[in-house]
Design a binder for this molecule. Sequence first.
Ligand code: GLA
Length: 736
Amino acid sequence: MIIYNERERVFKLDTPNTTYMIGIVDEENFVGHIYYGRRLREADASCLMRTEEPPFVPSKNNRERCSFYDCFPFEYPANGLGDYREGCLGVRTAAGHVGCLLSYRSHEIIKGKPALEGLPATFGTEEACTTLKLVCEDNYAGMQVELLYTVFHDTDVITRSVKVINTGSDALFLTKVYSACIDMDNRDFDMVSLHGSWARERHIQRKPIGYGIQNVSSFRGESSHQDHPFLALVDKNTTQENGEIYAMNFVYSGNFRAQAEVSQFDSVRMTMGIHPENFCWKLESGESFQAPEVVMVYTDKGFDAMTGIFHRLYRKHLIRGEYRNKKRPILINNWEATYFAFDTEKLLSIAKEASKLGIEMLVMDDGWFGKRNFDDCALGDWTVNEDKLKGGLKYLVDEVNKLGLKFGIWFEPEMISPDSDLYRAHPDWALAIPGRPGTESRQQFVLDLSRQEIVDAIYGQVAAVLRSANIEYVKWDMNRQLSDIGSCGLPADRQGEIYHRYVLAVYQMQDRLTKEFPHLLLENCSGGGARFDPGMLYYSPQIWCSDDTDAIERLAIQEGTALIYPLSTMGAHVSDCPNHALGRVTPFETRGIVALAGTFGYELDVTKIPQEDREMIPDQVAMYHKYNDLVREGDYYRIASYAQNHRYDCWQVVDAERDEALVTFVQVLNRVNFKSMRILLKGLDENKHYNVVFVNDEGIEPKVYSGDTLMKAGLLIPYWKGDFKARLIDLRAVQD
Ligand code: GLA
């Protein structure tokens, strides 16, 4: 619900448990942030803006106007006029000047949620959400700025985005346009972010914030392995179950910056948006720029509550398509099985064995096109290599289908190898700075997707392959970060638009793909999980989590990913041992149990693995079919974190009725001469009784406990010998 109190000039935005308040101040119409937190009954908190106490006094205090600008809690701060904290908006006029400041002009309260042109965004019906469009202006710069706020009625989320319109007669250059800002009092917050690297994505990091600026960012052209477009400011005492959290997540897949700046007066400005480095967007008179969306979550109930809010929002209001609520086919991918060394015969031998074991789809990974027998050539030549695939693609797909398996295929559409027919024909299609040698990464360049003719040509090639056979799944990969940001398709004063135009083009291609092939299951990927973000989730219901498929390394990666994203989105496979990335050996059973927390599949040569492992696959397949509805749709709770305790990991999923739950316990390192572990379960009904079955340990007798006992007193995990071992515990409500 959104209400405007005209007398107080206050907007009150309510979700079920939170309130966000914005005030208009003074005859100059400054727009200030009043409050964000637990839901308030009344809209009478405007005094929190302290406009009566110096130096917060608005324009009447002209002697100290600069001081006012430098401490007022701006709803959307600009720059150059006396607010020395970092602003959200940077504009350069045709004359080269940079100052700007916004004031309120008008507003509209709209039922539902308008789409953002060309961009992924959360969505909701007129019943599900309400939107405030706050129109601000700077008449000196000749510009209008629309601040969009959507409140969801069924979950504690407020989304924000910003549109800048050039209302003047000359061109304007946007040098920065963030999407969200909260200016609030600092409360000795910690900041929580997700950091990583290739094969070590999204590890949770928590640290205190101090005076000055601290941020996480990417200017690699993608959301990146290294930092994640997520930032939370949390109370020092916040735990899984309790405490305040202000979280922001960016629905965008390119450069970003998420920042907390603590000022001299102990206020904190939390911002998120497109990274301003190398960003400069030219707006001709009348043109507009739409910035992507930020999802904001506030809770005072700790990380479990925050996670639940993000999961529910993304499952209901972001992910689309046929598979969003559907069980995904269990796939087997040939990457770690064969790398580039495969042919029709090899793939069919894998498919044949897989079909006997209950696997449902074969995915042909990198190496099926052009002359690609290694990663040094042929990206851009999306025609089938018939030396490898004798009889062609359709023959292979038909044969796989005859075995009862679906067929999926890998593409890396955004790239071009210097050694490719495409590059030989169009050397200017790669991003490049004229006259400077291009920087290769994995021996490839990035296509200049800011040019529509290139987007059309590549889309045409990809679509032609998909039309040629019964292909039901695509893995869309992106295996290098952007560099050499130059396009021969844009004039000098638009070169600063390339990064964003590139992301828009990726969205456009995936939009076309999902519209032309509505039944296709799309899985995004980027050298593992470098583009696992809400932007990509809008197009694909699942994303490959990491190239590290080791079950133990996956614990921290999946814990960090699941902090925000539903388990249904996390690409997770059982792979061969010793693990190809790490060299570690873990039991096949543990690999299956850890992969069960994601989309589930295999990434190994099923014709070559040890017989005893192969024999376990039908049971794992049955386990997937039994539990996937619960894993995909259930509420997820973190019980223990190996990343924190260095010994064991534990998580739980519970269905909406609180009748069924599944607990996964992984004993990473055993300890000699020690007691059994006690875990406190969550999300159960304290009035129900549950039959507790240790699924993969028949030696432990099933027993009935009350939800109350399991949540307050806990459950013992009997001592058992060995490292890297995993247990599944099934709980079902019984009639009293
Ligand atoms: C990336 C992916 C892998 C695989 C290779 C193929 O690294 O993450 O799963 O598809 O590319 O080159």
